[in-house]
Design a binder for this molecule. Structure first.
Ligand SMILES: [Zn+2]
Length: 148
């Protein structure tokens, strides 16, 4: 049986290599040392997350992270929420069941951070930029709240 990491690699997509929209990097909140930046989840990534977690419908428009997402310095893939899932599965910094509960909103999006940690690229397994973590105040944004 394929591991979660293998599943994520098998689902990898050319869409993950599209350039990061500079506009998205302007979406942030809490200016100052606790600034959180939006990492949008697009349709392509959402479809992959649903497959990885065997969920028919996930309402996740993006997550708030302590730095803007960047391109992987080794392979050029843009960082995604999927890399957080991959890192959790690979390093154990978060439990996989926690990740699923997080994105399916079974647990509140508040106070779910595990401290800043390296992010492992799900395409090439190298460590990306600065260690990061989710915003402690509210870690994700769903499509519903995005439309408010
Ligand atoms: Zn990479």
């Amino acid at each position: 049986m394929a591991t979660l990491c293998e599943n994520i690699k098998n689902l990898s997509s050319a869409a993950s290599f599209e350039p990061i929209d500079p506009q998205e990097c302007l979406k942030y909140r809490n200016p100052g040392p606790n600034t959180a930046y939006l990492w949008p989840v697009d349709e392509n990534e959402l479809t992959r997350l649903q497959k990885v977690f065997d969920e028919e419908s996930i309402d996740l428009a993006g997550t708030w992270v302590t730095r803007p997402r960047e391109n992987c310095p080794s392979c050029g893939k843009r960082e995604e929420f999927m890399d957080h899932v991959y890192t959790a599965a690979k390093t154990g910094v978060h439990g996989v069941s926690f990740m699923k509960a997080f994105i399916t909103h079974e647990i509140p999006a508040v106070g779910t951070g595990g401290g800043r940690h390296d992010l492992v690229c799900s395409h090439c397994d190298s460590i990306g930029g600065e260690p990061c973590e989710w915003d402690y105040n509210e870690s994700y944004m769903d499509f519903h709240s995005d439309k408010k």
